[in-house]
Design a protein around this ligand. Sequence first.
Ligand code: FAD
Length: 301
Amino acid sequence: MTPTLLTGSAPTRARFSFEVFPARSGAAALALGHAVQHLSAAGPDFISVTYGANGSNRDASVDLLRYLRDHTDALPLAHLTTVGEDRDTVRAAIHGIMDAGVHDFLALRGDPPRGLTEDSPEVSGSLSARDLVELIAEARAERPALTSVGRTAVAAYPNGHPLARSRAADIEWLIAKEEAGAQFAITQLFFRAEEYLSFVSDAHDAGLRMPVLPGLMPVATSAQLRKVAELAGRPAPVELTRELEEAGGYAPELGVEHTVELARELLAGGAPSLHLYTFNRHERVLAVLRELHLLTPDPVV
Ligand code: FAD
């Protein structure tokens, strides 16, 4: 399958993709197997799998990628991080993922492992995401038959990365990742369309050419909302916070409603596609896509 947004041809309707993470227990793995069947049936451009996030097991990411490749119709995309690893170990990880039949990557520096900070030598001495984009290209070139297979994505931060010296420096760095070979970017979570649209507009003015997919997550709980606010680097919308609290801290329909409104504004503003953080559940993200009339035919849920 060739994702429409990545080929540059005009899609007839907006496209979408999903993010999942490896399950942390046998029961969660069963539920995830069920969820990814529904996600795959919706026909996404790809399903991405996180790597090492929140201390998760890296081998479990490769197992999940293999499961997606072998048991679904979706194109798997592997997140890969460099933090705490030397170049040879990262190179071996790239080859291990390609050996699993997965050739699409999201190249990341990665979060500091538990107990370490940005200043720890293991973290500050890691290869950057730009280095990783180059290393993936090198690893592909070592397998000539596959050189043209697979795409490389990188992360973008509409509200700035905590390490960014300035917005301009953050955008320059994103452009450096594109110049190293990245073909598209996926954003960190954010709450307001303007945050994404102004970032993309400034990035294009500065010379960025690759598509930037907005990352969205329909939250179900107050705790998830707080987590998104932390990642977004901005406070959650006051009304959504209040409504969720009034509902007792659990109201999936509110997260769906907010994400649908946000997605409408993003698509109207020119977003090339939607990247949905699923939290390993299919119901809410499919409800968002159904509301936006992006599912054809509607998969059976
Ligand atoms: P980089 O692009 O290397 O750097 C991050 C920031 O540092 C840049 O935006 C820039 O502001 C600054 N910077 C770095 N080097 C320079 C330089 N030379 N010059 C100027 N500025 C510089 N983490 C995980 O552990 N596992 C995951 O699976 C995962 N998935 C993610 C998916 C998405 C879509 C996003 C947005 C993030 C994800 N993360 C994940 C989190 C990510 O790893 C962290 O945010 C990490 O701190 C930075 O990674 P990066 O690839 O953006 O790093």
